[in-house]
Structure formats: structure tokens, C-alpha cells
Design a protein around this ligand. Sequence first.
Ligand SMILES: Nc1nc2c(ncn2[C@@H]2O[C@H](COP(=O)(O)OP(=O)(O)OP(=O)(O)O)[C@@H](O)[C@H]2O)c(=O)[nH]1
Ligand SMILES: [Mg+2]
Length: 256
Amino acid sequence: MKIRSAELKTVCGYTSTLPQPMLPEIAFAGRSNVGKSSLINSLMQRKRLARVGETPGKTRTINFYEVDALAPREAMMQDPDGEAGDLAARPDTAAGDNDQGARKDAAAGDSGQGAELVPAKAARGYVEEVPVRFHLVDLPGYGYANVSVAEKQRWGKMIERYLRDERNLRAVFLLMDIRHEPNANDRQMYDWILKSGHTPVLIATKADKIKRSKVSGQLKVIRQALNTPKGSILLPFSALDGSGREAVCAQILRLM
Ligand SMILES: Nc1nc2c(ncn2[C@@H]2O[C@H](COP(=O)(O)OP(=O)(O)OP(=O)(O)O)[C@@H](O)[C@H]2O)c(=O)[nH]1
Ligand SMILES: [Mg+2]
């Protein structure tokens, strides 16, 4: 996926009206400090699009980022549930960014004229790209100890209201720190997402913080704690080194 533009479009506080659902949405939920905003920056290949904090509780509003991208047509036509087990079973999925070759070929293709060029393009690995627009939605983190009970309740209500709203919400990506077993708050969020009729796509963040050899064991711990159904998606990811980025992008595109 090539990002043409990404910008913060709408910020919603507790009392704000949610924007009209104009575009398909992918929402990111997870405990405070788990890396939601960092994941959005990594996906968009931007350093400071979403504000990242050393201390938990950085994002306190629902932030809508509008994305305009180009994607290979094939990536858009995949079954969203396909290959789930396959992706989840590969802890080091798609660390490399191999967009570059496709970009060159697409540029070369622009100068072509005439139908007889098509087989030649295909032979060179020409990738047909289509424009895609969607919203990434950064939700406030939950489970941050240092806020008042009243504020925690407000955040909970804000997230619940968003999930219940009639929206063009394609999936909720629920982020877990790969180092920790999901806690009661995480299980509650997982159940909320399921009950609201949305698909939780799980992302195990900060994968750079553990040895590669420990990744699949930690993924198992997360699966067991949440009792995830077979074939559901769980992707290891690191915003630090970008590993897993392509796999997360592929999931987003399959859901469009
Ligand atoms: N090593 C490492 N650090 C990360 C990664 N992702 C996020 N961090 C760090 O974790 C901290 C929190 O990241 P954020 O992206 O602000 O987390 P958040 O989930 O948006 O947090 P809230 O907005 O408070 O809910 C920051 O110090 C990030 O630099 C990662 O993949 N690897
Ligand atoms: Mg944040």
C-alpha cells in the first residue's frame, strides 16, 4: 500500500457528535500505552501524525485519520478471513517493504500505449493499482490507573458509543503488548467488540522487545487468555523496526 496522503480529520471528545460515516473505518483499541498511535504512524509512514506518549493516557479523544492510498488490485480482492492462520503462524511476517519494485513498474507502465503491451507488463510483474480511501480511528486507551474513576467511565462510554454507532466500521484492531498476558480489561474489550458485532483483529505490539524465539509462545499466551476462535487473526508487530507492517496493511486492504 502506498500512502498518498494521511491527515487528522476529526477529533471527538466525550460530548462531541461523531462524524457522519463517509468512508470505511478501521478502529484501533487497546490498553493505554500499548502502541495504538505508534501503529498508525508506522502504517502511514509518518513520524508525528498521531501523537505518541511516554506515559499512558496520551490519546484522550477519538481521532479520525483520513487516508488516501494506492493498493494493488489483487490485495483488495482477497477474502478477509483467508490466510489468517497462515499469517498468525508466521511471527516474522513481512518485515520487508517491497513496494519499491511495484512502484517502478507502475511508473514504467504509465508510458505504455496499446493493448499489446499488457502481456509484456504482466511478464515484468506489473501490478495494477487502485485508489483506496478510508479512515483509521485512534481510540483512547483504557486501563490507565492514573485517572479518576469518572474519567475512566467517560472513556469507556465514548468507546462504547463509537462501537454501537451505525458506522461503516470494517473491523476493530485490538492491540495487546506481546510481553504481557491479556488482563481483565483486555478480555472485557475483546468481548465488547465481539458483542457489538465487529471482528477483533488482534495485534501483538512491541515485538522488538522480546527475542524472536519467544514470539510464537507469547502469541499462544494471548490466544489462550482471550480464548480466540481457530483461524482468527493475531499479528505480531513492531513500530520500532516496522516488522509486521505489511501484514497489517494487507489485513486493512482485505477488509475494504
Ligand atoms: N519498543 C517499542 N516501543 C513502542 C512500540 N510501539 C509503541 N512504543 C512506545 O510505547 C509508548 C506508547 O506508545 P503510544 O503509541 O503513544 O501508545 P497508545 O496506545 O497510543 O497510548 P494512549 O494514547 O495513551 O492510549 C511510546 O513511548 C512509544 O514509543 C513498539 O513497537 N516498540
Ligand atoms: Mg495514543
